[in-house]
Unconditional design. Sequence first.
Length: 306
Amino acid sequence: MKETKNVLITGVAGFIGSNLLDYLIENTDWTIVGYDNFSTGNKKNVSEHIQNKRFVFFEKNIDTITSLKEFDCVFHLAALPRIQPSFEFVKEHINENLVNAMHLIELMIKENYFPRFIFSSSSAIYGTPINIPTNEEEKIDCLSPYAFQKYEVEKYLELLSTRYPINYVNLRYFNPYGPRSFNPENKFNAYSSVVGIFLYRFKNKQKLLVTGDGEQKRDFIHVADLAKANYLAAIYNGKLNTSFNIGNGNTISVLELAKMITNEYEFIPKREGESEITFADITKAKEVLGWTSDKNLKDYILEKIK
């Protein structure tokens, strides 16, 4: 589809934001404005597009945005996406994960202008779910401040849309992996995608560190598939105002993942506040958005370790 749009990506220099930028540059004719303060993002992630006339980048905080009227769609990805640090740096995570989203929503209300708002949420809001695989009607059971902050944004969108014509989509990501998932310069890199951490340690001839007994299971989804889900949510004809699980639709244990890469691993203490299993029921995203997961974890691993 080549329909012209003007879109905003917050957190554009982050892992998922930069991959979304790549996808939109390659697959659309859209004009893209990106914001990132490099709190977790990396300038290298967007450097190849800086000279592109369709991309305008601002190294600024989200609260410096004063209007959304030029945009047809807002992809709100900016966040501190780490479960364990959210227990320690509580105020910082509230500001980055909740207050910034509220700033954008308040702008829409103030200007009485409502571009489609695509929010990057998380499967962390389900905690350890009762129903496996898990659909969007699963009971919410936040096990961390990070998960709670993601759910707060979802709930604010739901509540405020009863009074204002807010046009939103919540994409509940499961466990993303792919290019740029691990940034060794990020102070929270120990809490990055486990796929990225494992591959980084393997590359540097270090033992893989498996938390707990390694039997916790994860639904790993390639970042290119997340980018496609964002795109399909943006071009959907009509108002959605709902949530979608974006996962691969299967699950493997962290220990199985480690063994795909190497036999050189060791166990470290379990982390509290993390789910025992993530396993997405992706029926709704397939039926409503026409979205499917194209990437295979095993193929990705084999390509990286050969």
